[in-house]
Write a protein that binds this ligand. Structure first.
Ligand code: FAD
Ligand code: NAI
Length: 467
């Protein structure tokens, strides 16, 4: 007889494993199915965790090379031991992956290794090589994540022409790196290799970087990245990448067509987005619908078109972010257990872990304008913040957007050191429907970078003290 569960989750990325743990906490008998040798999905194995480890290590390398001396720390020019830096990254991945394995065991979640396929409501087949087994379950959650978007005519070999996966495992620093796409991956991994010595050129189809981000922040962010030495070719498309005896020839054209230009590169990183991953899941046979962008179609309760089958994370609509998947995992587990699970999509922070970091939550100025909402802006530069001045981390500013009539905070955008940590006080404020005055009247410890967040909130009413 097939083993039977209350819930089977297919995929153990941040969406899937968090969903499994929450469901187990609520008393359900839960299993996960994972096709990869390790748990944790894209995020832990080839995404968030390894990229942040390399961002951290490369930033320290750059500090040692260029910023220690000004603080009176005299050292020889640092030497890069890339193999050890990669081992540092791998160690971080392995620690996190083992952590997920421990948590699944601790919560008595049964793990099936193999590729999951939905045979119909309540039945999942797991195939591991020649071996297949069938599991019965009351509910199924699809959490199969996403994969790299391919560029026509540019064959990824993960050595010379790489996706983010190959860019996390290069065995030498490329002399010239061409990045296709000025999105989050291109700018984070472009920053890593620039800091380690590569000459980085980013080719972007649009006339701006990081589409979707507040336009003012995006412009200032690009200016800072340029100052650091990243070159940008905007409104430009790559039409082909050709392998030469030595290196690569990258052909580009203006986005709207026109004369071709050729760039030399040792490595090309294709970072033009990600697509939902549903291969081999049996969606069509099971009658599970997709939306117009190939994502599993779900309603507000993560229910697919087949009763008892739910979907979360990168494979469904919404931002492709680990914490969005995690929150959906918790919400769907609660719904399946008969509780009221919910995700507030209006308050999902987003962080780019470059230096300085860029963090935002809520709406951008462009979104507010398009929605016809009257808003006020409060801005405060880190140049006027005591701690930033002492630490010489004065690049960037905090920008608040608050409703003109009610003062309710509608968005906050920060560019600056530790922006990714500071954004959360605004996320909490927004969850409580708070106003800029609420934050402006909250005592902040001195000297902290967070005081700039408070001052920006004060600036909404034109009463920042240090400006
Ligand atoms: P995934 O993490 O993709 O996990 C899906 C899992 O399902 C995988 O383990 C896969 O093997 C498994 N699977 C798929 N099909 C089957 C099947 N049929 N049977 C069994 N198993 C299956 N997000 C952030 O929020 N912060 C970051 O800093 C960040 N950095 C990133 C850096 C990079 C380089 C990349 C590529 C992504 C980054 N992301 C980041 C995005 C983040 O990784 C994803 O949003 C997140 O992993 C999505 O989680 P998920 O659970 O939906 O899917
Ligand atoms: P992205 O969607 O962030 O950016 C892709 C960029 O490529 C866009 O600027 C787009 O205009 C450009 N582009 C598309 N086609 C192009 C072409 N043919 N030529 C030139 N440019 C082209 O995608 P990215 O960077 O690949 O990241 C995928 C997702 O992974 C992100 O959307 C994000 O959700 C997630 N991620 C999150 C991170 C974080 O939270 N810190 C870090 C890394 C990834």
């Amino acid at each position: 007889m097939a083993e039977s569960f209350d819930l089977v989750v297919i995929g153990t990325g941040p969406g899937g494993y968090v969903c499994a743990i929450r469901a187990a906490q609520l008393g359900l008998k839960v299993a996960v199915v994972e096709k990869n040798p390790t748990f944790g999905g894209t995020c832990l194995n080839i995404g968030c965790i390894p990229s942040k480890a390399l961002l951290h290590a490369s930033e320290e390398f750059e500090k040692a090379a260029h910023h220690f001396a000004e603080m009176g720390i005299k050292i020889e020019a640092p030497k890069l031991d890339l193999a050890t830096m990669m081992a540092f990254k791998d160690d971080g991945v392995s620690g996190n992956v083992k952590g997920v394995e421990f948590l699944l065991k601790k919560n008595k979640v049964t793990a099936f290794k193999g590729k999951g396929r939905i045979l119909g409501a309540g039945t999942v087949e797991v195939a591991d090589g020649d071996k297949t087994e069938t599991i019965e379950t009351k509910a199924i959650v699809i959490a199969t994540g996403s994969d790299v978007t391919r560029l026509k005519g540019v064959e990824i070999d993960e050595k010379q022409i790489v996706s983010s996966t190959g860019a996390l495992t290069l065995d030498k620093v490329p002399e010239k790196l061409v990045v296709i796409g000025a999105g989050i991956i291109g700018l984070e991994l472009g920053s890593v290799w620039r800091r380690l010595g590569a000459r980085v050129t980013v080719v972007e189809f649009l006339d701006r970087i990081t589409p979707g981000m507040d336009a003012g922040i995006s412009k200032d962010f690009q200016r800072l990245l340029k100052k650091q030495g990243i070159d940008f070719l905007m409104s430009t498309k790559v039409t082909g990448v050709e392998k030469q005896k030595k290196g690569l020839k990258v052909t580009t054209e203006p986005a709207q067509g026109g004369e071709a230009t050729v760039l030399d590169a040792d490595v090309v990183l294709v970072a033009i987005g990600r697509v939902p991953f549903t291969e081999g899941l049996g969606l069509d046979e099971a009658g599970i619908k997709r939306d117009d962008r190939g994502r599993v179609d779900v309603d507000d309760h993560f229910q697919t078109s087949l009763a008892g089958v739910y979907a979360i994370g990168d494979v469904v609509r919404g931002p492709m972010l680990a914490h969005k998947g995690e929150d959906e995992g918790v919400a769907v587990a609660e719904i399946i257990a008969g509780k009221a699970g919910h995700v507030n999509y209006g308050v999902i922070p987003s962080v780019i872990y470059t230096s300085p970091e860029v963090a935002s939550v809520g709406q951008t100025e462009e979104e507010l304008k398009a929605a016809g909402i009257d808003y006020k802006v409060g801005k405060f530069p880190f140049m006027a913040n005591g701690r930033a001045k002492a630490n010489r981390t004065t690049d960037g500013y905090v920008k608040f957007l608050a409703d003109s009539k009610t003062d309710r905070v509608l968005g906050c955008h920060i560019i600056g050191t530790n922006a990714g940590e500071m954004i959360h006080e605004v996320a909490v404020l927004m969850e409580f429907g708070g106003s800029s005055e609420d934050l402006a009247r909250t005592c902040h410890a001195h000297p902290t970078l967070s005081e700039a967040v408070k001052e920006a909130a004060m600036a909404v009413e034109g009463r920042a003290i240090h400006m």
